[in-house]
Design a protein around this ligand. Structure first.
Ligand code: ZN
Length: 419
């Protein structure tokens, strides 16, 4: 039955055409900006709902603002296969982040319907709306709703203009009181599959169009304050200085070394603020952030211990004060092993020259939250130069087509396994 499905080339062309349609909806003219519960999000959600209906899905916009579409399967009561991603974006975003995964689900549903293929399970497509953590200080709240882990205090969160999330949700057409009912019953989801642009350069470097995500990396963030002694840049001799900036600089280099010493780990100093920040003053204090990630929780813990030890040693040697204040931590979320293998099967059926390359995700995704209640897996698509969260984000039409074809073959592999 596979030969009745559209080719990767056709699917790629359809995906780019669909993205052009969906990405007309932006909160900022000339850019792609689509924040959770904004007017552009509402328009995009309506567009997605319409596209789902054209693809033969019964669709609606739910109480939290996600779009959900569903086609029933042949076996009554069988758990559903969900294809999802998000349609909110960062400010001045790329075209593919999130949107591609939603479009892929719709095109897969349409291709299966057009080929007359019925599945032994319900097929659903979900377009989440709060993935990017831009407008409100919430993150993944729409997929948390589906997972039954929505924290009601999120409804009181406010955006930069002071608008309460619950008010924005009502204005959007959502229903705060209806959110608890969005929780899926345990066992009701057979698989959650998310197709997403890699947002990194690994697949391009290895010349692979797609890759299977093994895990969503564990992540830790902290604010670091180094306290030295401010002094006159001309009069304090080098040997008598307690320069907070040179100490902090050494710590940044230590973080780089620690991260480089663990396979697939990363470490970044993204904010670095010297005080008072004047040309002729020895910096008396520096505040900086550290962000470090690794595929395994044990690796992250080892990195944390190494950071504390090395930073402490540097501070002691240089006679400066040190305070490390962790403020965010997320455990690693391994993707389902069986679904990773199903993607590998889908890849092998799509092209004999494709390797089922496996790689961790350094960024968070809706698959993290859904993984708490259902087997979840992700397929990454090659990203030009690894650039994302930017209008320069790019992928080829051919790669998008290959990825959607892999998704289709994976759904069919799951259907065969269910029989
Ligand atoms: Zn995304």
């Amino acid at each position: 039955m596979t030969q009745m499905l559209p080719s990767a080339a056709v699917l790629g062309a359809r995906a780019f055409a669909a993205l052009a349609g969906l990405n007309r909806f932006s909160d900022e003219p000339g850019k792609l900006t689509r924040l959770y519960l904004s007017p552009a999000h509402k328009q995009a959600a309506e567009w997605v709902k319409g596209a789902m209906e054209v693809a033969g899905l019964t669709a609606s916009i739910d109480a939290a603002g996600s779009v959900q579409g569903r086609r029933e399967g042949t076996v009554p009561g069988a758990p559903a296969v969900l294809i999802g991603s998000h349609i909110d974006t960062v400010k001045d975003a790329g075209r593919f982040d999130g949107n591609l995964g939603v479009v892929a689900g719709i095109l897969a549903a349409q291709a299966l319907r057009d080929a007359g293929i019925s599945l032994p399970f319900p097929l659903e497509v979900v377009a989440f709306g709060d993935e990017e953590n831009v407008r409100f200080p919430t993150h993944l709240s729409t997929s948390e709703a589906l997972a039954g882990h929505y924290d009601p205090t999120w409804l009181d969160a406010r955006d930069a203009e002071g608008v309460k999330l619950s008010d924005a949700l009502v204005a959007f057409g959502g229903n705060p009181a209806g959110i608890p009912a969005l929780a899926r019953k345990p066992g009701s989801i057979r698989a959650y599959l998310e197709l997403h642009i890699e947002q990194g350069p690994v697949l391009e470097a290895e010349n692979e169009p797609v890759g299977i995500v093994t895990t969503i990396n564990a992540q830790s963030r902290a604010r670091v304050r180094v306290s030295g002694e401010a002094g006159h840049a001309g009069t304090v001799p080098m040997a008598l200085r307690k320069d907070a900036l040179t100490a902090a600089a050494e710590m940044a280099l230590a973080l780089e070394e620690i991260a480089s010493g663990h396979e697939l780990a990363v470490g970044t100093v993204g904010v670095f603020r010297p005080h008072p920040g004047a040309t002729n003053v020895v910096p008396g204090a520096v505040e900086f952030t550290i962000d470090y990630r690794a595929p395994r929780n044990e690796t992250l813990a080892a990195m944390e211990a190494a950071i504390r030890a090395r930073f402490g040693e540097i501070a002691a040697r240089r006679g400066v004060g040190l305070d490390i204040a962790p403020y965010a931590r997320a455990a690693a979320v391994p993707m389902d092993a069986g679904l990773q293998d199903a993607f590998a099967t889908g890849i092998s059926r799509t092209g004999s020259n494709l390797a089922a390359r496996r790689l961790p995700s350094g960024a968070g995704h809706d698959a993290m939250t859904v993984a708490a209640i259902a087997p979840a897996a992700m397929l990454f698509v090659r990203n030009e130069k690894g650039i994302s969260h930017s209008p320069l984000e790019n992928m080829t039409e051919a790669d998008a087509g290959i990825a959607i074809r892999v998704l289709l073959e994976t759904i069919l592999a799951l259907a065969e396994a269910a029989k």
